[in-house]
Write a protein that binds this ligand. Structure first.
Ligand code: V47
Length: 377
């Protein structure tokens, strides 16, 4: 599509100086971030985010063919935001055997998966050798599949429980096959909010420090923010500024994913669900603030395929993947399906006027004939 040279309609005049900065490619301040989060002018914010998105990625929207694996939901923490973690004594709790993990990894559709996204609860008994063996077994059986495994929170827990320094935990997992880390567990860095929604987790500065260490160890990671609970505009702008500061140091974050809070079956059940308006604002403001993080992902599982599709014109350039089996959001009441076929993703992207690009976790293009299954080697 040839972009027309046109003026946007700016209803909220507080955004005019921000528009000037966006046009000139000048970094926005944290105060600009607060102004954006306070503004109801979604179309103006989306217009600016789309300018930046098209500057970076033109008309492309990335997706991947992935599978989530959650080896256990047993968790020593009891975070108010979470409906997934269970105590070991809970009859509904599960922990897969290694054979089950490896078997589960190969189940599902025949479409060739390029990524396993592996996260779980903080289990009180599994050993570091168990985790390393799990990774080795996956690599042996699926050598072409990228292992995106363990949040910063899990890495911190392994270090504390196995009494091994974080860099050594990272080195051992990397040696066993971990290729990168997902972005979960960041929630909101502000202590005031973190104390209420996840007081059993590492604090915000520890999350950022472990991300730094992972990047220094040569591992890339993603990053996230959980929004739509008890945080305010200041907390959101602070969170994005902190991620941007670490990225200035390390360059290790590949993709940012804003995560909409799902309150069902959590102790925060009284909190209303996020709206499409807030979801799109979070995508767009992230694109504007995170000038040093290459990709912004609209994770369809949590924003619904409908909003994730619209988000492709509000700053997002990625829609995540086929997913196949998702537990963390579905335990918290997500009503989206457990997985999307590759063809459905293509339709969503094309209908939004974008050109779909299948990528691997490192954003290399994956070439295959449409709707035929080519196993990559
Ligand atoms: O770490 C937990 C969040 C995360 C709830 O890196 C909840 O590519 C909403 O991190 N409502 C897991 N959110 C998901 C995640 C993720 C997803 C997709 C892609 C990537 C990536 C990462 O979900 C958790 C936590 O931050 N979470 N409970 C809940 N009730």
């Amino acid at each position: 599509m040839t972009p027309l040279k046109r003026e946007p309609t700016i209803d909220d005049h507080r955004l005019l100086p921000i528009l000037e900065k966006v046009r000139a490619g000048v970094r926005l301040s944290e105060e600009d971030g607060r102004t954006l989060f306070r503004s109801p002018d979604l179309l103006a914010i989306g217009y600016m985010a789309n300018l930046v998105r098209e500057r970076l990625h033109h008309n492309l929207t990335f997706f991947n063919v992935n599978r989530h694996i959650n080896p256990t939901d047993v968790c020593v923490a009891s975070c108010k935001l979470c409906a997934f973690g269970k105590k070991a004594r809970d009859p509904k709790a599960y922990t897969m055997s290694l054979e089950e993990v490896w078997h589960r990894a190969g189940e599902g559709w025949t479409e060739a998966v390029t990524e396993f996204h592996i996260v779980g609860g903080l289990h009180p008994e599994l050993t570091v050798d168990w985790y390393c063996e799990m990774l080795r077994g996956l690599k042996q059986r699926f050598p072409q599949v990228h292992l995106k495994a363990f949040t910063m929170v899990e890495i911190a827990y392994f270090a504390q429980r196995f009494k091994i320094p974080v860099p050594e935990v990272l080195a051992r997992l990397k040696d066993a096959g971990m290729d990168s880390l997902p972005g979960g567990g960041a929630e909101i860095f502000t202590e005031r909010v973190r104390r209420i929604i996840c007081d059993h987790k590492i604090d915000g500065s520890q999350w950022l420090e472990i991300a730094r260490m992972a990047h220094q160890a040569g591992l890339k990671s993603n990053c996230t923010m959980l929004y739509g609970h008890i945080e305010n505009e200041e907390d959101r702008a602070d969170h994005l500024a902190k991620l941007r500061a670490v990225q200035d140091e390390t360059g290790g974050f590949v993709t940012y994913i804003p995560l909409a809070f799902h309150p069902d079956n959590t102790p925060l059940e009284h909190v209303p669900k996020t709206t499409g308006f807030l979801d799109l604002k979070n995508i767009a403001i992230a694109r504007l603030m995170l000038d040093n993080i290459p990709h912004i992902k609209a994770y369809w599982v949590m924003m619904t395929p409908r909003i994730a599709q619209v988000a492709q014109r509000f700053g997002a350039d990625d829609i995540d993947g086929t997913v196949v089996e998702e537990k963390i959001y579905h335990d918290a009441g997500a009503t989206t399906s457990q997985g999307l076929r590759r063809g459905e993703l293509l339709r969503l992207i094309r209908e939004a006027g974008r050109e779909p690009v299948e990528r691997d976790t490192s954003y290399n293009r994956v070439e295959r004939k449409e709707d035929t299954f080519v196993v990559l080697v």
